[in-house]
Design a protein around this ligand. Structure first.
Ligand SMILES: Nc1ncnc2c1ncn2[C@@H]1O[C@H](COP(=O)(O)OP(=O)(O)OP(=O)(O)O)[C@@H](O)[C@H]1O
Ligand SMILES: [Mg+2]
Length: 326
């Protein structure tokens, strides 16, 4: 277990998963079949169907969707792409409003064939919401192409599936994960041994995002070898959230914030998980102000869910905890 005293790492705010996210389809690791058939479809862009990508976590679905939009729309891709998270609390009405607005704004001016809407985590939508979505897809078909992304394709209703070309992304093989991690180690000047990389792969099970995050977390401890990888993997995240809580209550806001950023940016803990873990840990702290702590956590949990900027909110949370700790 790593504690404050032996934290050797400079906190890196650059996440390697983002730094090394491929920009071109052809740079995707191990999705040869998918990439091959997608390229086939691109031969006649104007007839491109809607797309549905399925597959497990961290294998390149979102990355592929972004590569496609960049390849089709070129430099102006940002202006003509809408990325939505379908599992968003605000549901289908939010999706409908945003799609409507987006399809109205900035007409096609001949520079691009259509606008692209990426709907991530589409399998988290209820089937009612998906049915409503189907109408939206039809109404906007003239100007927009959808890319649906789902972990579990069986949760996507048939009428949507039948309107899409479906691509199944496979998990990344051990060999490919390892050689990809080696490339990153070389670029980042990180020392590693073969066994260390194998250990990462055995934890991550073909999830390249998880592998890269583990690599970055381990590299912050030193050489990427088996023992350091195990240390990283064994870090109990709940406990780390508890540590942030303790630091904040002790008024060490900057330290608490650094630790929190490390958890979120490097270890990939989601903001809401962070709050959940903090909530759990607060029962373990001998502090008479438990009810106040719980209320504060609940307040910021709500703010984050309704869409306020998480980094600002969580920093304010720490500051508020700091006040009651006094
Ligand atoms: N096939 C791949 N080739 C290269 N890098 C990849 C690949 N798959 C994943 N990665 C790396 O992992 C990160 C996450 O990938 P991505 O967001 O595309 O995963 P995903 O399949 O959409 O996962 P999820 O289902 O969790 O959303 C990328 O930023 C990239 O660094
Ligand atoms: Mg994704």
């Amino acid at each position: 277990m790593r504690d404050q005293a032996n934290l050797p790492m400079p906190i890196s705010n650059v996440m390697w998963v983002e730094k090394y996210r491929p920009n071109k389809l052809s740079d995707l690791v191990n999705q040869k079949d998918v990439v091959g058939s997608l390229k086939q479809l691109f031969k006649n862009t104007s007839e491109l169907p809607h797309l549905l990508f399925s597959g497990s976590a961290g294998v390149g679905k979102t990355t592929a969707a972004l590569c496609i939009t960049k390849e089709i729309l070129g430099d102006v891709w940002k202006d003509y792409t809408l990325e939505l998270n379908a599992s968003d609390e605000r549901g289908i009405n939010m999706v409908r409003e945003r799609v409507k607005k987006f399809s109205r704004y900035a007409g096609l001016d001949g520079r691009i064939p259509f606008k692209i809407i990426i709907l991530d985590e589409a399998d988290e939508m209820t089937s009612d919401a998906q049915t409503a979505l189907r109408r939206i897809v039809e109404d906007t078909a003239k100007y927009c192409r959808f890319i649906f992304i789902a972990n579990n394709i069986s949760k996507i209703i048939a009428p949507i599936q039948s309107r899409c070309a479906v691509f199944k992304f496979t998990t990344i093989s051990e060999q490919e994960v390892i050689s990809y991690l080696k490339e990153i180690c070389k670029k980042e000047n990180v020392k590693f041994d073969e066994k260390g990389l194998e250990t990462i792969n055995s934890y991550a099970e073909g999830d390249l995002r998880h592998s890269i995050n583990m690599l970055q977390a381990t590299a912050s401890l030193g050489t990427v070898n088996e023992s350091n990888v195990k240390k990283t993997a064994g870090l109990t995240k709940t406990k780390d959230a508890g540590q942030v809580l303790k630091l904040a209550l002790a008024g060490k806001i900057t330290e608490a914030r650094n630790k929190m950023i490390e958890l979120i940016k490097v270890y990939g803990m989601s903001e809401s998980d962070f709050l959940k873990y903090m909530n759990r840990e607060s029962y373990k702290i001998k502090n008479v102000k438990l009810s106040e702590i719980l209320e504060i956590i609940a307040k910021y949990d709500y703010r984050v869910i309704v869409g306020a900027n998480p980094e600002i909110q969580l920093s304010a949370l720490l500051a508020e905890l700091g006040k009651i700790g006094k």
